[in-house]
Structure formats: C-alpha cells, structure tokens
Ligand binder design. Sequence first.
Ligand code: SAM
Length: 288
Amino acid sequence: MDQQWDVVSGVGVTALAVAAARAVETSRPGALIEDPYALAFVEAAGAPVKMPTTQAEAAALDDQGYWSEVSTYIAVRTRAFDDYFRRAAEAGVTQAVLLASGLDARAFRLPWPEGAVIHEIDQPLVLDFKLRVLREHGAIAGGVHRPVGADLREDWPAALEAAGFDRARPTAWLAEGLLPYLPPEAEERLFQDIHQLSAPGSRLAVEIIGNMSGALTDTSVGDSVRTLGVNVLDLIHTEQRPAPADHLTGLGWSARSVAATEAAAGYGRPLSPSLAARDAHYVFAHRP
Ligand SMILES: C[S@@+](CC[C@H](N)C(=O)[O-])C[C@H]1O[C@@H](n2cnc3c(N)ncnc32)[C@H](O)[C@@H]1O
C-alpha cells in the first residue's frame, strides 16, 4: 500500500466511492441518511473513473447492479453508525474519534451535543481535500472539529493527543470501512491503543466484514477496477485475525454484534442475497 494517498489514488479512492454511495442514497426518496456534502466531494475530486451521485446515474452506470448494491449497503451502515453517535450523545459522551474518517461528514451533519469535540484521523491529503471542499460549501461543524493527519499503522495516538484529545474523558470511537485495509498486527495494536486511550464510559463501534473472500472473486476484482479504477486485491488484507468482539471482551469491554442484514431489515431496506453473503456486522462495545 502507498504510504501517502489522496481521494483519487490508492485506498483513498474507496473514501470517494463511499461518498458517491452516500450521494446516491441522499438523492433517493425516503433516504436512510442525508449527506448534503457527498455530492460536492465527488464533483470536486475529478476522479478518473466516473462515479454516480444520483439514483439515475447509478442505474445508468450499472451493468451488474454494483452501484445500487453499494449504495444500499453504505446507506444502512452509515445510518447504523449515525444512530450509534446519537445514542452516545444521549448517554453524555461528548468526545468522538472517527478512525479512517475519509469523506465522512458526520462532524458537519449530525446534531452534536453541547461541548462536543470531534477528531477525525485519516491521511493528510484526504483530510486536506475534505476540509477544502467543506470550506468552499460553508459547512460548519457541530462542535470543535479536529482533523488529525496520521497513518493508522503508525503512532497515531501521539498525533491524536498532540491535537488535544483528552484520555480522561469518555470517548465514542468509530472504525467504519477500515479493518480490511489494516494488516493483522496493525489491527491488534489499534484495539490495544483504543483501550489505552479510553476512559470508563467510552464506546466503540466497528464494522466487520465476515466473508472477505466474497470480495476476492474474479468478478468483483473486475468490477472494482472498472467502477473504482483500483484493484481491491491490492488494498485488502485477508490474513486470519482475532474477532474484534473477543479482543474487546478480553480487555474488559462488553460487546454486542448486530448483523448488517438485521440492521437493514430494521430500517426497511433488506440486503440482497449477494450483499448478505458478505456477512457484515457491526460491533457495539462499551467500556464500563
Ligand atoms: C472505505 S474508506 C472509509 C471512509 C469512512 N470511514 C467512511 O465510511 O466514509 C477507507 C478509508 O480508510 C483510510 N485508511 C486506510 N488505511 C489507512 C491508514 N493506514 N491510515 C489512515 N487512514 C487509512 C483511507 O484513506 C480511506 O479514507
């Protein structure tokens, strides 16, 4: 993997694809989420491969239904973690850290509680692009917004604390669309670091894709090159690793897992059999 990337290179392209999916969902009647900045990110990025921003564009670009599927899954995932942050705010947690935040605009679109501080960690070029576009659109964060340019395989806790993160304060952490891109040893360290930095009362939400081999078929590699301009095989780590929920319970956290299919059904947007076969689930953990 490159050491540095932006939103049109390396794994950064995946952040743009997720923004495209959120733009498509936002354009849909009865959308599960509303992301007013997703369209602006896709338009400003000038990606070499065309990405859709509306349902009609998704349908026009789709030969195998790729974008319709991706936008449904991303809508469910985004909504599930929006709801997680709402619950954390209701419980009085006002410090947040979004790991691998990409083009996530939650800091600017969710109703944050009084005194909220929202940290976002991703590569510097990804965050620079995001902030430039948000500024151009007059976006205002719902709390103190602290972008932290760092590599999550390196000493990101030092960068986070240098930016003002307070380890004495309970934190709501999010790892969404991240774990497949980390080698197992970096994932292991990530959970240890989160644990070290978490005051009692902290929470963590993690997206897990149970069946990564589903993403490694010849067809989906071909799909990814055609639709994103990158080969997912070059980005993903598939080595066996401990289940995050086990890891967290071993550290004294309580954890529950919600299948993406269950979350989707609850939101009235059932997943197709091919999406369900990816066996995604969301772990919600709490440090007593
Ligand atoms: C699929 S995107 C998800 C972005 C965001 N969480 C969302 O759901 O919209 C993956 C993100 O992980 C970031 N990423 C991957 N590996 C990283 C690393 N080692 N350090 C920092 N960021 C990383 C990429 O830059 C990209 O923004």
